[in-house]
Design a protein. Structure first.
Lengths: 263, 438
């Protein structure tokens, strides 16, 4: 019997991710592209890259489901699922004991509680401001003149706590500049940045109320200092799922499999 | 009954034009009062408007909350009002209605055209933390317009006793002396009695209209209800408003009888809470894409509606004194009935405890057969947002899914439409609702 291939495409605020799934069970390929200004074209490129990896043609994909902030402009998609729904489904697929999912991407930080089937019970999303999201880290890395991927390891070297008060990514950048002028080390400032974002996400988690297991998804969970701060704040084990930035696309691919009638 | 595609019949409200006319007349009559030798007064939507009615039929009010909401609906005008208030030194976290209202005075622009019509006196009550202060500021901005405010913060309805009632009624008697002294007019008790009866009639009838929304499909949706309940916030003591609600009741009863739905694809029922972001009422239309109707809220039901719990524990409209045979034949009796009636107002109860509000909300959620609740964390109204996070927890505990969104009823700078819609998408998904159309 022929395998049924479905796809999930996550049209994120910064990057577009595609996951191809076989029979709703096995990940066949995944690919990522920067969104840029023509997100539809970027989506097509990501799709083609995933198809190439899997040695498949578009005609062999039974169903495509989109998710992410730009899901309305996703190429090839027959339907869509919200980031909250996709995150829950993807997380449960990878970590069946997950009951609290923390998703920090470029634009948004969100927390959701779900049951064992990935049904969302409650959720919270950051309000109006990027201070709890990945773009905040990007601008802070820029202000510190370090690469984004260096920011986490840098923060882990610091044992000091400097409070950061800015509630807005733009103003926080000014605050970082002030801290630099006050001769604080880059390590301490990097830690302050991580403490600030983790505090905001923790507050959101507490609002929703967390149950174990807690899992982290989204690109920011690749940052070891953020993960460490979340562990410290929540005083519980925080599990980073493999390839966390693809979990939304994976969840969408699972929904696509259901919609394609895969049992 | 739904057709084969599961769609219910729908039709516009017949009394819509009458509602619009009452509102238009209200704002025009206020502005034009002096042209015919009449008087103008300003006060809050919760004030005892039946009392100034005793000064004559040519005395016209303007209530600040609906006026502030009208300003908010016109985003450009509202922004100018808010900026004017801020420039004058009023903080951004004060009541957004009042900032719009004060701004309109400061700009000397009436939202309905022309300069802002200065009131002859101010007539207010005080239950919200800033109620009386609103009009202290108005009095200052209008160069010393006389101001009278009645303190009604005597505790929740379960704790009202004769002494507390006397405290409020005594202030009402004092208020009538103030009105006579300020206006130089002789007070007419017959007009007061008529206005008190109208108040009871308006508010009881509006509650009866809201009760009909227990029906599936709901005959009214919340966006439409905003345009209807508002008449009670303008002048619940007026004959026109009381008569209108009776007409509306007949029409909604007829809609229920014929199965007319507000939302033809109704599959899911939610309620909201507190004032909506007035410039963005399309949020409520957006719900229809998911087959969801917002059937109202404690706010739309209880701000104006008069309610009581019946023998079966159901929340039902409060019977008027006329229905229960209570006589209202002199000033004191009229004031006593009015005080007692208003002190039972649902929206006053939760100023004393968020638990009282949670109880009422859960009651609505159960009796009106709801699938979920959307709470507006309204930064523009401290009074009605008080304890809302606790209400959320209580609703969740009672088994109702809750979505929260932040915003402001009257300051569009604090509302993010795109993100609110994204949040609604996610909430609808958690309720198992699929988007039926774009």
């Amino acid at each position: 019997m022929m395998a049924v291939i479905t796809a999930g495409i996550d049209m994120g605020a910064k990057t577009i991710k595609v996951v191809l799934l076989e029979d709703g069970q096995k990940v066949r390929a995944r690919a990522m592209e920067l969104g840029g200004t023509d997100t539809r074209a970027a989506g097509e490129r990501a799709f083609n890259a995933a198809l190439f990896q899997a040695g498949l043609r578009m005609a062999e994909v039974a169903h495509v489901t989109a998710t992410g902030a730009g899901r309305a402009s996703a190429p090839f998609a027959k339907d869509s699922v919200t980031e909250v729904g996709a995150g829950a489904r993807g997380a449960i697929f990878l970590h069946p004991a997950a009951r609290t999912v923390i998703d920090v991407g470029a634009e948004e930080g969100k927390t959701l509680r779900c049951d064992g089937r990935g049904k969302v019970i409650d959720f919270a999303v950051n309000e109006k401001c990027a201070a709890g999201a990945g773009s905040f880290m990007e601008s802070m890395a820029r202000a510190l003149e370090v690469k984004l991927e260096e920011l986490g390891p840098l923060a882990l070297k610091s044992g000091n706590t400097i409070p950061m008060n800015a509630q807005c990514a733009v103003f926080a950048e000014s605050e970082v500049v002030t801290l630099v002028h006050q001769k604080h080390t880059k390590e301490d400032i990097a830690k302050a940045v991580h403490d600030a974002i983790a505090d905001r996400i923790t507050s959101m988690v507490r609002k929703v109320g967390f149950e174990n297991d807690v899992v982290l998804i989204g690109g920011v969970s690749k940052n070891p200092a953020f993960v460490e701060t979340m562990r410290r704040n929540l005083q519980t084990a925080v599990n980073v799922l493999p390839d966390p930035e693809y979990v939304g696309a994976l969840g969408a691919a699972i929904v696509a499999a259901e919609n394609a009638g895969v049992k | 009954m739904a057709d084969k595609k599961g769609r219910y019949p729908t039709e516009p409200l017949k009394c819509w034009d009458m509602a619009k006319k009452i509102r238009e007349d209200y704002y025009r009559d206020y502005a034009a009062a002096h042209e015919k030798g009449g008087l103008r007064w300003a006060g809050g939507a919760w004030t005892f408007d039946a009392i100034p009615a005793g000064l004559g039929d040519d005395v016209f009010p303007i209530t600040s909350e609906p006026y502030g909401a009208s300003c908010a609906y016109d985003k450009q005008f509202s922004l100018r009002c808010l900026e004017a208030a801020e420039k004058a030194g009023y903080a951004r976290d004060l009541c957004a209605y009042m900032r719009n209202y004060w701004g309109s005075i400061l700009l000397n622009q009436y939202a309905f055209g022309g300069p802002f019509p200065k009131p002859d006196f101010l007539w207010q009550d005080h239950i919200c933390c800033s109620h009386a202060k609103w009009y202290q500021v108005v009095s200052e901005l209008e160069h010393g317009v006389p101001h009278f405010s009645i303190d009604v913060s005597v505790g929740p309805e379960s704790e009202i006793n004769d002494n507390k009632l006397e405290y409020v009624v005594g202030q009402m008697h004092d208020g009538i002396e103030f009105l006579e002294k300020t206006t130089g007019r002789k007070y007419d008790d017959k007009l007061l009695i008529r206005a008190v009866k109208n108040t009871c009639r308006s508010t009881s009838t509006w509650a009866r209209v809201c009760e009909l929304n227990k029906t599936v499909p709901a005959p009214l949706d919340e966006k439409s209800m905003y345009s209807l309940y508002v008449l009670g916030t303008l002048q619940k003591s007026s004959q026109a408003v009381a008569d209108f609600y009776e007409e509306l009741l007949k029409e909604v009863q007829d809609r229920v009888k014929r199965g007319i739905a507000a939302t033809p694809n109704e599959r899911c029922r939610v309620m909201s809470d507190t004032q909506p972001p007035w410039g963005f009422l399309s949020v409520f239309r957006y719900l229809e894409r998911f087959g969801t109707v917002s059937i109202g809220s404690l706010y739309t039901f209880g701000l104006i509606g008069a309610w009581e719990v019946d023998g079966n524990g159901e929340w039902v409209h409060r019977k008027t004194p006329m229905e229960t045979g209570r006589s209202i034949n002199d000033r004191d009796k009229a004031l006593r009935v009015l005080a007692e009636w208003e002190l039972h107002k649902p929206e006053w109860q939760h100023f004393y405890s968020p638990h009282l509000k949670s109880e009422m909300m859960i009651r609505i959620a159960r009796q009106w057969k709801l699938d979920g609740v959307m709470l507006h964390y309204n930064r523009g109204c401290e009074g009605l947002s008080l304890g809302i996070a606790e209400n959320r927890l209580a609703l969740l505990k009672a088994g109702f899914p809750v979505m929260v969104f932040e915003g402001n009823m009257g300051d569009e700078r604090e509302f993010d439409m795109t993100r609110t819609m994204a949040r609604i998408d996610a909430f609808m998904e958690t309720l198992g609702m699929k988007r039926e159309f774009q």
